[in-house]
Design a protein around this ligand. Sequence first.
Ligand code: DGJ
Length: 728
Amino acid sequence: MGITFDKDSGIFHLFSDNTSYVLKLTKQKDIVHLYWGKRVMKPAVAHLLRPVMRAFAPASHLDDIEMSYDSLPLEYPFYGTGDFRSPAFQIMTPDGSLIAEPKYLSHYIIKGKPGLPGLPATYVESTDEAQTLSIILFDPLIKLKVNLVYSVFDNFDAITRHVVFVNEGTENIHLLRALSATVNFNQSDFKMIQLSGSWVRERYLHTRQIEPGITSIESSRGASSHQHNPFFVLAEKDFGEQHGHVYGFSLVYSGNFLAQVEVDQFYSTRASIGINPFNFSWLLDPGTSFTTPEAVLVYCADGLGRMSRTYHNLYRKRLCRGKFRDNKRPIIINNWEATYFDFKQDKLLEIAHQAGKLGIELFLLDDGWFGKRDDDESSLGDWVVNTKKLPKGLAGLGDKIVSMGIQFGIWVEPEMISVDSNLYRAHPDWCLHVPGRRRTESRNQLVLDLCRSDVREKIICMLKSILENAPISYVKWDMNRNMTEIRSASLDPERQAETAHRYMLGLYRILDEITSAFPDVLFESCSGGGGRYDPGMLFYMPQTWTSDNTDAINRLLIQYGTSMAYPASTMLAHISAVPNHQVHRNVPLLTRAHVAMSGNLGFQLDITKLTSQEKQVLKEQIEIYKQIRPIIQQGDLFRLLNPFECNLCAWMFVTPDKTRAVLMYCKILAEGHEPLRFVRLQGLDPAKEYRLLGTEEIYPGDVLLNAGFRLPVFIGDFQSALLRFQAI
Ligand code: DGJ
């Protein structure tokens, strides 16, 4: 890993084991992008920049009219002086000008990777793990510094980028657009892969050919959203899990984002990611700065599989934090689908008791334990226990559960306020709202204004008091609506377009304070399932409720799509009842178990209603899960059969030392006279021999990798197998 600068050629070379990223400082003091791809030993790629005289091209540089911004691959493009494509940033000065033209001023390279103030980001544990390059651009007319920051890691083939704007002048500057990264490519024969969907249908894989013009996904919901994930891939024409040039873009941010690809008139491509400029601006007072969120770029020469594993490794090891980062995650039982709001302490204790007998390790009390919350119409904000349900409070329930030998956790939704709550009656101005306009409710609730310090303080005090007064070792942090009437009573009119981003900064502050104050508590992030499943949240909460959809067949798709960017250790996967509560499908218990065992296993059903035979099956599966948990949670994932493309799904997890592997195979619908099927396994050591556990079968690694493994034949719909291989 390293970063070099060659003064004579003006070439910056950022490289990791398998990747090179090359920039050039031109004679005219522009920073242009030359190359991002497979590692080259010498970054002699200046010939890739071959400016040509073009019709209608503005003469951006009179000394060299071929170097027009119209087609120059500017590394951080600006608007108004000849580049007619989408800019990475745009400003407005007090005289109404929208033009900026920052030029190279200086640069420096340091060891390590400094944090981003107030924002989540990947990190290093020692300065030897990464190097960071800052290239400082400066617009002398408006005295704006634009600091392009890049880090390369020693152990991960990833490059991170963010930008810091500093107003060094005496006049205000409005930032109207401030993306985190833009990358130019010399070609446009790409497919764009995105993770899109809806509530209970999150992160489905969608692939489309990009064409001249703009192809984009975005969120303007005030959260990264169920609809689109802040992640996309540009894949060269011929690609698959194990081949093809693929370029991943991921944003470490939980709010409104834009991910955009533009193909220009010369079939060059510009890919960008960052805060959504829609409804965004930021007033930079003289002397102040603005930092964009971090973008994480991963290039891979051999397909999607290794790209995903690079993201998984980086996010598992250097984005997630705290003592749970490397520790096994507990097997949870959640009472939500068992009882919804209708529970009493005795029922919860019975569930916990029976769960403990099966080997479940943590009981999570979901929504409905506070205020008068017997449905979703009231009480958010009134975080006082409902003693009709829990006579001795959270502590009373928690103590009893802990005495059964299992841990206790609770659900909260701290960012929200019900109109029917004492908090709202006392502080009607504490929510996002526009005076004189309707306050649009969603799930009967409004969004607290986290731009306000008094609101943040109240939330922090409330959470501290709950966590200090009961034996709570787990918190599920939910968020069940998106933002409307986005305006903060705490901000001046010219700052109102900062509200959505300031909300995120406020949320990150709260999360930082609470997670630091309670390092022994494991936090789960949730937003009606996976409505805020993004790297920003993972920085504070290392696991996420993947989806409210617990149907195992839909989960194949959701978990497969999610795995493009996110490791299994971040995905909660629960076994639930049949018919499934979301899609009313009846899936066999073993298949429900196998799919859930491919993530952080949990349960969300009334375990007291299971037959003794079903309990026995679950007990056995829990025992198996405890054995394979390190492989699933810390191992490498290989996707083998894609359920978006066929009736089958298979993936496998392999330990880094390649001694143990778990294969999950599921066939969705039954077929008449089923053909025999083989699948080539991946990730194994060709020189080792593997025993298929539970059998006498032994296979050489190279045979499994090349000739393949014969998949079981099933009878009936929704059948699956979970197979374990052990090197001998
Ligand atoms: C939405 C979550 O995704 C569910 O798991 C559950 O916690 C409900 N909220 C509770 O209101």
